[in-house]
Ligand binder design. Structure first.
Ligand code: L34
Length: 273
């Protein structure tokens, strides 16, 4: 798997860094007891251990006040052994996500959610790439398809995936179209895609008849159905009949998100050394 290859490379890099006296450190904050967040945070900690990145977990109760959370972030901003800070989203309703993202020092913002980092991505002059879109770019490269000049369609316009995804594809000279819930004829647009990225959070929205023969299909969706089944935004069985390459859920973009977080943490350690 690509994610494993990236982690193996990082492991070698981290051991060289340590020899030079630099140890990357990641602080992961989780507020409340969302089971999915717990799974993702555990995977992040496990990846740190595997690569040799020092990690700290701050598991806060769901009743934690915004003030307490902001104080913790302030403390971590100043902590020398912490290169990267990640506050797992979503947060409980009484906490303003934006205030939390704004509080993380941009040079420790390994999610690349801070407005300074978002702005840098827009310009194409960035330190950190947001983990999920960066992972998608790696998977597209892995498919062997060249992005330059291709019709790229992003379904979803979130700040975390859809918008930065659009910018990254644009930087690689794709012709990018963004679709969302108000798009009049979704199928008409997705059928044009040489590269289709689905990041809407609607289980199996993208059916086989919405995909062009030979397209590369990347499924960012992570939807837990009432029967506990985990499915993406793409109907995999139908889409795999059409696609030249397609990512499954689980085992596709998710592990790449984690690998790219590790990459950002290593980068942050250099930046903050
Ligand atoms: N701050 N919040 C912050 N940063 C992030 O980058 C995230 N995200 C998203 C949710 N909130 C966040 C993640 O980490 C989504 N996400 C994430 C990370 C990993 C996986 C899924 C979502 C993952 O590894 N998924 C496994 C399946 C796990 C399961 O069985 O539930 C997979 O193979 O796709």
């Amino acid at each position: 798997m690509v994610s494993q290859r990236i982690k193996d490379e990082l492991k070698a890099e981290v051991s060289e860094m340590k020899a030079k006296g630099i140890t990357p450190g990641l602080a992961v904050i989780i507020v409340g007891d969302d089971p999915a967040s717990r799974v993702y945070v555990n995977s992040k900690k496990k990846a740190c251990a595997e690569i040799g990145i020092y990690s700290e977990e701050y598991a806060l109760s769901g009743e934690t006040s915004q003030q307490e959370l902001l104080e913790l972030i302030e403390k971590l901003n100043k902590k020398d052994d912490i290169s990267g800070i990640l506050c797992q989203l979503p947060l409980p309703k009484h906490i303003d996500e934006k205030a939390v993202i704004d509080a993380i020092a941009p040079n420790k913002d390994v999610d690349a959610f801070h407005p300074v980092n978002v702005g840098k991505i827009m310009i194409g002059d960035y330190d950190f790439l947001p983990c999920t879109p960066a992972g998608v770019m790696e998977l597209i490269k892995e498919s062997g398809i060249e992005i330059k000049g291709k019709e790229c369609v992003v379904v979803g316009r979130s700040n975390i995936v859809g918008k930065p995804m659009t910018m990254l594809l644009l930087h690689e000279h794709g012709t990018v179209t963004v679709c969302h819930s108000k798009t009049r004829d979704l199928k008409e647009v997705t059928l044009r895609a040489d590269i289709l990225v689905a990041a809407v959070g609607v289980p199996e929205l993208i059916r086989g008849d919405m995909i062009k023969e030979g397209a590369v299909v990347i499924d960012v969706g992570m939807n837990r159905l009432p029967d506990k089944r985990l499915v993406g935004d793409v109907c995999f069985s139908e889409a795999s009949e059409k696609a030249m390459a397609i990512t499954p859920v689980p085992g596709g973009v998710g592990p790449m998100t984690i690998a790219m977080l590790m990459k950002n943490t290593v980068k942050a350690a250099y930046l903050n050394a």
